[in-house]
Design a protein around this ligand. Sequence first.
Ligand SMILES: Cc1cc2nc3c(=O)[nH]c(=O)nc-3n(C[C@H](O)[C@H](O)[C@H](O)COP(=O)(O)OP(=O)(O)OC[C@H]3O[C@@H](n4cnc5c(N)ncnc54)[C@H](O)[C@@H]3O)c2cc1C
Ligand code: FES
Ligand code: FES
Length: 486
Amino acid sequence: MSSTQHIIQFILDDKIVTIDFEKQGISPTLTVLNYLRSLPSHKGVKEGCAEGDCGACTVVVAELDQTEKLHYKAVNSCLVFLPMIHGNQLIAVENLAIKKGNEIQLHPVQQAMVDLNGSQCGYCTPGIIMAMFALYKNQKTPSRKIIEDALTGNLCRCTGYQPILNAAQIACKNGNHDRFTKKEKETISLLKKIRKRSIAITALNQKYFQPKTIHEVFELLENHPNATIINGSTDTALKQTKKFELLEVIIDLSAIDELNFYQEKENEFLIGSGLSLENIKSNLNGALLAFTEMLNVFASKQIRNLATLGGNIATASPISDTIPLLMAYKAKIKLRSKTRERNISIEDFIRGYRKTNLQKNEIIHSICIPKPNKQIVRFYKISKRKDLDISTVSAGFRLELSDDKVSDICLAYGGMAEIPKQAKSTEKFLIHKEWSLTNIKKAADILKEEFMPISDARSGAEFRKIAAKNLLIKFYEETKLQYASA
Ligand SMILES: Cc1cc2nc3c(=O)[nH]c(=O)nc-3n(C[C@H](O)[C@H](O)[C@H](O)COP(=O)(O)OP(=O)(O)OC[C@H]3O[C@@H](n4cnc5c(N)ncnc54)[C@H](O)[C@@H]3O)c2cc1C
Ligand code: FES
Ligand code: FES
């Protein structure tokens, strides 16, 4: 790799910090959470769950975009490996207040939490403050919905959410000026000094690569065919934090600009596999309504700021939220290796329980989503909690009617089989039939026999069957109304 470095650099406490993993004897998969807590001055960040669920570990990462503007995003530090913040500013809860002699001037979000009695236990509050700080930097007068979305990833078991939401509303009214705004020029010039270069770290029996181009990835895959590829790491980090696996060789794709793109063409959207779900959401800006609705109930803002679309489909999880919907959109996946490029349908990409069509020398390059023409596409998710929960059953449906008869239909379900799967027999029954309740009821009987879901911690098999049937009926009722009003 040309111009590769074995150290990482980032800004913390307004200074450039350099980490030489080998010399300092630090594992390259040390999480940002554990790194911060190893420092005497940064014990504010807390570990609650170590799996992205509680938000106690929330920190903010500020990064420079291509136009050299700073972007602030809240992330779960329990899921972020230290090299992933290379070239960025890391902001922890201790960085918000300003000390002036013996006086401490709280940040506006901290002050609002005090004034509105939002500050409760010391375990959750630092994470809540950081999620609120990211909101403060990104939104001037956010609606209640935006505030709730920003704080969905922070759990409080004493149920005191209302004062917290009120505090966020009051704090954000003051505009997003703060000590970070005043220092922005200085921070940007520091960040320019530590611009990202490819990284290759060897330390404590682990290798961690963070290439800048996909050509470097292909070279690395030749030498390390069994390497673990990561991007947002929201799935992979759990192997370490929960299963205590040693990730021996990691290839981190998060610094590759070529995978981090969004293009709207006349008939399709092209989405780089490395684009975070939150970036997809803001780029779509309401286009592909069903996709935006799916993202609204996908994990939390902290997770979506890290998680990528490529990462979600590569897991081939039976309860992935994106896969059934991509099936409904007839999405194509572009796979790249050193010598070839191939485009396959999302159905062909998924080969079995957590198995994909991806070869060892390949990566997912991008996802192509055709724009629905006359079709209606919908997404449904049934989970125990509305927010920040994995699907019990999910569904991506597509429908087109010609003269009240079904001319095109896709009924793709998650959580009903070992892979996200279309209800092919039910679809076959409905095609060319009238879109009527009588036919839907008959289709529901076929649907009941089509899947043999399992019973697990999320629900019993029978519940899943009933839910799948009811989603079909719901889809019928909603589309009937839509067609009636068209
Ligand atoms: C708290 C929490 C909540 C969650 N909620 C949801 C939810 O609501 N719905 C849902 O569907 N999922 C959910 N997930 C799962 C996870 O966030 C998603 O699967 C996420 O999209 C994975 O993306 P990533 O970039 O973080 O993947 P990573 O963890 O980086 O990678 C995941 C897998 O993809 C592979 N991979 C990544 N990028 C590429 C590429 N370009 N080419 C080839 N292989 C690649 C990796 O090798 C790895 O096997 C949740 C996870 C957590 C921790
Ligand atoms: S420790 Fe719970 S989200 Fe990170
Ligand atoms: S703030 Fe910690 S449990 Fe409510």
